[in-house]
Design a protein around this ligand. Structure first.
Ligand SMILES: NC(=O)c1ccc[n+]([C@@H]2O[C@H](COP(=O)([O-])OP(=O)(O)OC[C@H]3O[C@@H](n4cnc5c(N)ncnc54)[C@H](OP(=O)(O)O)[C@@H]3O)[C@@H](O)[C@H]2O)c1
Length: 329
């Protein structure tokens, strides 16, 4: 029987998510890789409970996380049932719909049918009455945005979700969505963009929109799937994502040029008294728009490392210039 660490709130910093009542831990945990049916349940459980013991209150899921799709939510539901349910009110649990989940014309994208059926499935898999945040996972070019935003509004107004979020929407789409939601009596809480030192797209307008609208950002893949860590400095470890079956990170991404730049970033991190992973996370927090970052992990020690990013959040102009020089395309 699990009992949470009594000091779990003593060390973690929490940051307000846009103009809202919600505060998020500086580091959140995502269950995209390493929590599905093909992963070891005991390791997954150890990471989730270990994260909570460190003050990580936010866990990010999606309908399709696995493999197989849905199995990360099932495993998380098992951890909730066996261990975490007594702490439900201390948790911010998110899920999403939009990517392919079941066959036929309603199994993906952004129809009302798709989104609300998917949310019901997610609640069932996790054994929850509600999620804290329900995201539209990606914009749907063929469905009127009114319909997708209407589904988010229904999810919140029906009590199946407490807040609404968007992911992978660009600046213009986000602006339009914020306006539509407002007309439906709903404030967008959060946006989940892909953002890290090597992927700067949110700097091209999205963060400006989020700041103006009072919406928090929670970058995903903040460590560029492990590239912005010491993981690949001396080859490709057998237990790493690049060596595994993930189609999202292939060894050919790890070019000599990229690894040369990562090594110099690693030197800079060491000068700052941080691991490279910690520096990459601190760097995203240089903007007040960033409410949290969603890391992935394959072992608890990586989460323990990541949360220490909060020990050095300040950057000098010179450090920022150096990072820009090494990372901007
Ligand atoms: N909204 C979307 O469309 C979307 C898309 C992708 C992801 N996400 C969310 O974002 C979350 C994170 O994505 P991600 O897994 O790509 O994030 P990431 O944090 O960029 O990469 C995670 C990987 O980095 C390595 N790592 C993590 N901490 C480390 C440390 N301290 N030292 C050394 N290596 C470390 C591990 O690699 P190894 O496995 O090799 O050990 C880990 O699996 C997902 O779980 C999901 O919740 C959302």
């Amino acid at each position: 029987m699990y009992t949470a660490n009594s000091t779990r709130y003593d060390h973690m910093q929490y940051k307000r998510c846009g103009r809202s009542g919600i505060q998020l831990p500086l580091v959140s945990l995502g269950l995209w890789h390493n929590f599905g049916g093909g992963s070891l349940y005991d390791t997954a459980r150890q990471m989730v409970l270990g994260a909570f013991d460190l003050g990580i209150t936010h866990f990010d899921l999606a309908n399709n996380y696995g493999p197989p799709p849905g199995s990360a939510e099932e495993n998380f539901g098992r951890i909730l049932k066996n261990d975490l349910m007594p702490y439900r009110d201390e948790l911010i649990i998110s899920t999403k719909s939009g990517y392919l989940m079941w066959p036929g014309p309603y199994g993906e994208w952004g129809s009302r049918k798709q989104m609300l059926a998917s949310l019901d499935q997610s609640l069932k898999r996790m054994g929850l009455e509600y999620v804290d945040i329900f995201y539209h996972h990606r914009p749907d070019p063929d469905t009127p945005m009114e319909e997708s935003m209407g589904a988010l509004a229904t999810a919140v107004h029906s009590g199946k979700a407490l807040y609404a979020g968007l992911s992978n929407y660009n600046a213009e789409q986000t602006e339009q969505a914020v306006r539509l939601l407002r007309e439906m009596g709903l404030k967008l809480l959060i946006h989940q963009p892909r953002y890290n030192m090597l992927d700067r797209r949110p700097e091209e307008g999205l963060y400006t929109v989020l700041e103006r609208e009072g919406v928090g950002a929670i970058p995903f893949s903040p460590l560029e799937q492990g590239i912005l860590t010491d993981r690949y400095l001396n080859g490709i470890p057998a237990d790493s994502r690049a060596a595994g079956a993930s189609v999202f990170l292939k060894p050919d991404k790890l070019t000599d040029d990229l690894l040369g730049r990562v090594r110099r970033l690693n030197d800079l991190a060491q000068q700052r008294g941080q691991s490279l992973a910690q520096m990459a996370l601190s760097w995203l927090h240089r903007s007040p728009v960033t409410a949290s970052v969603i890391i992935g992990a394959s072992k608890l020690s990586q989460i323990e490392d990541a949360v220490q990013a909060q020990n050095n959040l300040a950057f000098s102009e010179e450090e920022l210039r150096l990072i820009d020089g090494l990372t901007r395309a």
